[in-house]
Design a protein around this ligand. Structure first.
Ligand SMILES: Cc1cc2nc3c(=O)[nH]c(=O)nc-3n(C[C@H](O)[C@H](O)[C@H](O)COP(=O)(O)O)c2cc1C
Ligand code: SF4
Length: 468
């Protein structure tokens, strides 16, 4: 889909091919044409209309690198209020907003900031996790490419709230456009006095740098990420100490995901209650849900928590791109569980997913049709863990390799029942014995595939009956 800015506002066209470029230029120049491709106003397209865009309000609307445009669309109002509030009151606002980390673990952002505010340290850091390694996710990239100042503003507010004066954005090396856009936006913010020794003319100093990632999934894990920024090989650190007490270069550090930090300016600008009023249960505000895989309408959909998985996949996503029935969806990246249609009534909410042995993670939903082989998917999860393991702890380093071999034996039909029992046992060891969530959560995709799709594992009729 391409949007053309016309005198009558933005008009969407699609699906477009390279040969349609001339027609689209004619539309932009007011010469008409393109009626067969026209989708009308973007905000009226059913897929986009049902969104509640808070974090992504400006994406696609402003010039990403124009600070004037950013300000004209409400940018920097949050920082202005933050400067007048001071650290304790900002942290209190964040706690009240109910914002939880969008990187995966869902930890309350305000509580993390309060820990860093109260930590002793001559230097404190704000680190933005833009490694975005989860399969089917792209929200971080879209915000960094489409509205980089909102992330810079969010990080600056985090700095003022906690007493941190320096920040790093750790962006995966596979995102060259995001890296370039962020670097240009940081330079523009510095030139405009929004970063530097006197943020917006105040006594608060804060400045930022970009670091390109090292190309490993585990470098998205917060402590391995810190090692990577420090120039070491990315290895997971044992906790405690928490990064909030002893993080980057041994100093108190806030590590937050891109979307967590990009959600901060609107909370400060509009007030905590505006944000908290959206959502359900303990999942407050909005979540950019990313629909990917074999789905008809793939893309980013920002909505308040609470829509069911079925609404997201069938109504918003429009089912599969292949037109075949949806058989499974993996939610929450490569460590997320596979959900069958029977669980499509699960609302998009941290606790509801946990109750069904799943996770929301970074909001990625990958759709599969009825041709998927769930034994292969389970094997893929184990193999992924084996390849990406940092090697620090035994359950993950050895367990994932042995697990891949056991699934291979199941797929070959060798002693299926005994090997299924063995994989269950191994998954329990990985879940409870691993140092971080890479080894600890790999059992989720493996066990959910076995539990919900036993017919794909060459299981004996007795086992199939037990699973029903
Ligand atoms: C193996 C692994 C990979 C991770 N990858 C990412 C990632 O790419 N981006 C991210 O924000 N968090 C990732 N996390 C979660 C981070 O460790 C951490 O919880 C997060 O950055 C904290 O920010 P938040 O509270 O704003 O979510 C990963 C965790 C693990 C165990
Ligand atoms: S679970 Fe895996 S990735 Fe995590 S610390 Fe252990 S070996 Fe490293």
């Amino acid at each position: 889909m391409v949007e053309v800015a016309t005198s009558a506002g933005r008009i969407a066209y699609g699906p477009v091919a390279p040969g349609d470029a001339e027609t689209l230029l004619d539309c932009a120049l007011g010469k008409g044409g393109g009626e067969t491709l026209s989708l009308g106003r973007p905000q009226c397209i059913p897929f986009l209309k049902r969104q509640t865009r808070l974090t992504f309000a400006r994406c696609g609307i402003i010039d990403p690198l124009s600070i004037a445009d950013y300000r004209a669309h409400g940018g920097y109002r949050g920082l202005e209020r933050a400067v007048s509030l001071g650290p304790e009151a900002i942290v209190e606002d964040m706690v009240q907003s109910g914002l939880r980390g969008r990187g995966g673990a869902g930890f309350p952002t305000g509580i993390k900031w309060r820990t860093v505010l109260q930590a002793q340290g001559a230097t404190k850091y704000i680190v933005c996790n833009a490694d975005e390694g989860d399969s089917g996710t792209f929200a971080d990239r879209m915000i960094m490419e489409g509205d980089p100042f909102v992330l810079i503003e969010g990080m600056t507010i985090a700095g003022i709230a906690t007493g941190a004066t320096r920040g790093f954005v750790y962006i995966r090396s596979e995102y060259p456009h995001a890296i370039a856009t962020m670097r240009a936006a940081i330079a523009a913010a510095r030139a405009a006095g929004c970063l530097g020794p006197h943020v917006l003319g105040s006594s608060h100093g804060f400045d930022l740098d970009v670091r390109a990632g090292a190309g490993a999934y585990v470098c998205g894990e917060e402590t391995a990420l810190l090692d990577s920024i420090e120039g070491k090989r990315g290895m997971v650190r044992a906790k405690p100490p928490l990064p909030a007490h002893k993080g980057l270069f041994g100093c108190p550090t806030v590590i937050n995901n891109v979307i967590s930090l990009a959600s901060v300016p609107i909370i400060l600008a509009e007030g905590a209650s505006t944000y908290r009023d959206l959502g359900m249960g303990r999942s407050r505000g909005t979540m950019p849900i990313q629909l990917a895989g074999n789905v008809r309408h793939g893309g980013l959909f920002e909505a308040a928590f609470g829509l069911t998985l079925g609404e997201l996949v069938d109504e918003i996503g429009g089912g599969t791109a292949s037109g075949r029935p949806v058989r499974a969806v993996q939610v929450g990246g490569p460590l997320g569980a596979y959900f069958p249609r029977a669980l499509f009534d699960t609302p998009f909410d941290y606790e509801a997913f946990t109750a069904r042995d799943g996770l929301i993670g970074h909001g990625g939903i990958v759709v599969f049709d009825d041709t998927v082989d769930m034994a292969r998917q389970a094997r893929f999860a184990m193999e992924f863990c084996a390849i990406e393991s940092c090697g620090k702890c035994t359950p993950c380093r050895i367990g994932s390799t042995r697990g891949t071999e056991v699934i291979d034996r199941i797929m070959r039909g060798e002693q299926v029942d005994a090997n299924l029992a063995l994989i269950e046992d191994l998954c329990a060891t990985m879940k409870f014995g691993s140092l971080c969530a890479l080894g600890g959560f790999t059992p989720y995709p493996v066990m959910s595939a076995i539990r919900h799709f036993p017919e794909d594992f060459g299981a004996s009729p007795r086992r199939l009956a037990a699973a029903e």
